[in-house]
Design a protein around this ligand. Structure first.
Ligand SMILES: Nc1nc2c(ncn2[C@@H]2O[C@H](COP(=O)(O)OP(=O)(O)OP(=O)(O)O)[C@@H](O)[C@H]2O)c(=O)[nH]1
Length: 825
């Protein structure tokens, strides 16, 4: 909008030029003080000088006509026009005069008043001068930046300035005499056509009041596009108080209107965009600390706007503990650097307790020094996107039927495990599992039933292995299990893989529940070991080959790709099979090695196990105990040994030579782990009628590494039942002296390795001395095993060892033989 305020000086000189000597003219400021005046105005006034700065009221004769002076001031204070008679303070005293004061506004803002003063002394000369003045005033009005139209009381135009005519698309001459609706149209502020009764002049006349600051669109007769004006009206009344004229003043408002319209449009657009988007805007003024979270922001976390204190800490308070520190760091780094934007993903806690993943994007506004002054941005709810990503991931990497990882995921994992194996030197194994005759099930009972079986197989496989092992479905009836980190020993790793494969064969062999029937299905399994030497596809091909060998071998079996490993596994299986059979067929025998005291009297015996195979070969436990432990066969074997020993003790009760000879039995950590172990032992004692005090259980130091409280509780229970304990192979394993004190022990057995060198190695001798001293201090007896030479016996005897066991005194004997040898006179 053009800024065309007429400067005071210009006005002053204009007034001097246009006014006759006898017609006073002046510009009155918005503060109602005189700003400039012509000579006539000054001459007519009692004030000397230029009178500038004097309030208008100072020129009026108040005492004589105070009401008149008040109404002038009131009208002007209300920015209204005043015309009427006043008493004027002249140099020679008060005189009657006509005063017209017209407000001049710009964009609705009062700039100043124009005042015309005429002494009431009618005469031709004055009238002529007045006409001239009127013309000059008209010219002045024409140059005003505002449009002015004076309507008669019938709304016809009686005066119009050039600017008004221009806005109405006509000429002043053409407009004179026209009515209020002279060929133009007006629009309301909102752009809708204005009803003629709403035209400013019509309204001011009908409502009989002045109107201020109406925004009106003018569509003139010659122009199509509306010009926008800010319109003020005022009414002029005659002496009788009747409306004589209505003056409409207007200034151009088009540019402001255009700016207003475009602002409205962009606000509307922004509002629609935000309404349509799922983003939640926020705005933070860093200078004032004012923070705005949009309603959508609150909605995203399930809260009502303002339900929690609206401060900068709020989002951090709601952020997931795993994300808060990182999100804050991103935010603070962006602020402290010179970034103009940032984005960070984190989760916000919803009122209902779940987490909402959001992407926060912020725009940083900075001042000239680069300091951040404001940040505004949006939070985008990523829930749907994350769900979609999850779905895509699920579809891409998991089997839809069993929800197991699919071939792609398996290959990823296999690549990873192979490279891990090559770094760590640990073996891994891949088990390739294919169901036997699955096609038959599909063909006879249909695909849906086939799917059911596949799901059940998947469940069994998943639960048969550790959580860290990978179980995948390749497709059809093919599954793969990946076993990781099986150790650096190839044979041990192979044995473990073979055990897992055997377990898979066993769990798959259980009947399946299918609609209206039980169903049996078996798999064939190919096993290949990997150590990083071969790529994934080679490993897969080899496992597949091995699986076909398992099929060829009659199905429901496993085959290793590596023939040597297969042979080892076969041997192992054969031994396991024989062991089981051996137990059933009573192929195990008790042997017993005697122990003597320092005087050479029989003091006890250690029960040992032997296995006489069907071919007559006598096998020592060294060859089968590890397998027995690995397969759990150690438990039935251990129970058998205990029971047989107790039987023997009971049988010796009436033999005067053997009745007080205690027997010690080796017990494995696995046996001790059984919750009912004390009951097993005490049950065997009770059932056979043996004297529990003659039964000694030999534990190795490894039991100290077990759940100590539980072990001690079981030992105490047995101790109360009369059973005694000794620690076997003392000094070779995990010895904690403080633990030793807590065990209810009777005897320490010095390991044969120390005894062996006792007479030649001072270190071994020192160890044995310490063990014996220790035992003494703890009130324990000491048994030395592996005593083979007299020098060893002497040393031990000198140190105070209680009992001796070894070839020097006697080899292990079949227990019947032992009985014969020591039970008879
Ligand atoms: N129900 C079901 N069957 C499938 C699916 N995908 C593949 N199959 C079928 O699974 C069967 C796989 O059979 P094979 O492994 O080739 O043959 P088999 O009868 O198991 O015989 P052997 O493996 O030699 O013991 C085929 O009949 C396929 O059509 C599936 O998603 N659902």
């Amino acid at each position: 909008m053009s800024q065309q305020v007429v400067p005071d000086i210009a006005l002053g000189s204009a007034l001097s030029a246009v006014a006759p000597v006898s017609l006073g003219m002046a510009v009155i400021g918005a503060d109602l003080a005189l700003r400039s005046a012509n000579q006539a105005f000054l001459d007519l006034s009692e004030h000397k000088g230029d009178g500038s700065g004097q309030p208008i009221i100072a020129f009026l004769h108040e005492s004589a006509d105070s009401a008149c002076a008040r109404s002038v001031v009131e009208a002007l204070a209300a920015h209204r026009e005043f015309t009427g008679s006043v008493r004027w303070r002249g140099p020679d005293g008060a005189f009657p005069a006509e005063l017209a004061v017209v407000p001049v506004s710009e964009h609705g803002v009062l700039q100043h008043f124009l005042a015309v003063l005429r002494p009431r002394a009618p005469g031709d000369e004055v009238e002529a001068l007045l006409d001239a003045t009127t013309q000059r005033l008209q010219r002045l009005l024409d140059h005003l930046p505002a449009g002015v139209i004076v309507h008669g009381r019938d709304s016809r135009i009686i005066a119009v300035n050039a600017r008004a005519a221009e806005l109405l698309g006509s000429s002043p001459e053409a407009l004179l005499g026209k009515g209020a609706h002279g060929g133009w149209r007006f629009l309301n502020d909102d752009g809708s056509p204005m009803d003629s009764s709403g035209y400013p002049v019509c309204r001011t006349l009908s409502e009989r009041r002045n109107l201020s600051n109406l925004v009106v669109g003018v569509v003139g007769s010659q122009r199509g596009e509306a010009a926008w004006v800010l319109c003020n009206t005022y009414l002029v009344c005659d002496d009788g108080g009747e409306i004589s004229e209505a003056v409409v003043c207007f200034t151009d408002f088009s540019e402001l209107k255009r700016a207003q319209q475009s602002l409205q449009k962009s606000e509307e657009r922004l509002r629609l965009v935000l309404q349509g988007s799922t983003d939640a805007p926020w705005d933070w003024n860093l200078r004032t600390g004012e923070l705005y979270y949009s309603p959508r922001w609150w909605e995203m976390v399930g809260l009502e706007p303002g339900e929690l204190p609206t401060n900068a800490e709020l989002w951090l308070r709601l952020a997931h503990p795993d994300d808060a520190a990182r999100a804050r760091e991103v935010f603070e780094q962006a602020l402290s650097g010179d970034a103009h934007s940032y984005e960070v993903e984190f989760q916000l806690r919803h009122k209902e307790g779940h987490w909402v993943p959001v992407l926060a994007r912020g725009l940083i506004l900075r001042d000239e020094q680069g300091r951040p002054v404001r940040i505004c941005g949006t939070n985008t709810d990523l829930t749907e996107r994350k769900r979609a990503e999850q779905n895509i991931h699920q579809l891409a990497y998991f089997d839809y039927l069993t929800e197991l990882p699919n071939r792609r995921m398996l290959m990823d994992q296999l690549h990873r495990q192979i490279s891990r194996a090559s770094r760590s030197g640990q073996w891994g194994a891949l088990l390739f599992i294919d169901l036997d005759n699955f096609k038959l099930l599909n063909d006879t009972l249909g695909h849906d039933i086939g799917d059911m079986l596949l799901r059940q197989v998947a469940w069994r496989l998943r639960h048969a292995v550790r959580d860290t092992d990978v179980v995948a479905r390749l497709g059809g009836d093919e599954f793969v299990i990946l076993l990781d980190s099986l150790g650096k020993d190839r044979n041990a790793a192979g044995a473990e893989a073979g055990q897992v494969a055997s377990k898979i064969l066993a769990v798959c062999d259980e009947p399946y529940v299918l609609p209206a029937r039980m169903y049996r299905s078996t798999p064939s399994i190919g096993v290949v070991m990997f150590d990083g030497a071969h790529p994934a596809d080679v490993v897969m091909r080899r496992a597949d080959l091995a699986m076909y060998q398992a099929k060829a071998a009659g199905r429901n079996t496993l085959r290793f790709f590596d023939p040597a490993m297969q042979a080892a596994i076969d041997r192992r299986y054969a031994l396991e099979h024989d062991l089981r059979e051996g137990l059933l067929r009573d192929e195990f025998l008790l042997y017993c090695q005697p122990q003597f005291d320092a005087d050479g009297a029989l003091a006890g015996g250690e029960v040992l196990l032997r296995w006489r195979r069907p071919d007559g070969e006598l096998v020592s436990p060294n060859e089968f105990i590890e397998l027995a432990e690995g397969t759990g066969l150690v438990l039935p074997l251990g129970r058998w040994v205990l029971r047989e020993t107790c039987k023997r003790l009971a049988g010796w009760r009436h033999n005067p030579r053997l009745a007080q000879v205690p027997l010690s039995v080796n017990v494995s950590a696995q046996q001790l782990r059984c919750t009912d172990f004390p009951e097993q032992v005490l049950g065997a004692v009770r059932d056979t009628g043996a004297d529990a005090h003659l039964l000694a259980l030999e534990l190795t130091e490894s039991v100290m590494a077990e759940n100590l409280e539980e072990v001690i509780a079981k030992m105490e229970r047995l101790r109360r039942g009369g059973v005694t304990f000794s620690i076997d192979d003392f000094g070779t394993g995990y010895s904690s002296l403080s633990y030793l004190k807590r065990f209810p022990l009777e005897t320490l057995k010095i390991d044969r390795s120390f005894v062996h060198d006792i007479h030649i190695d001072p270190d071994a001798a020192a160890i044995v001395e310490v063990i014996i001293t220790l035992a003494r201090k703890l009130g324990l007896k000491v048994v030395a095993e592996g005593v083979e030479e007299e020098a060893q016996r002497r040393f031990l005897s000198d140190e105070g060892c209680d009992r001796f066991q070894g070839y020097l005194f006697g080899r292990p004997l079949a227990i019947d033989e032992f009985e014969r040898q020591f039970g008879h006179a």
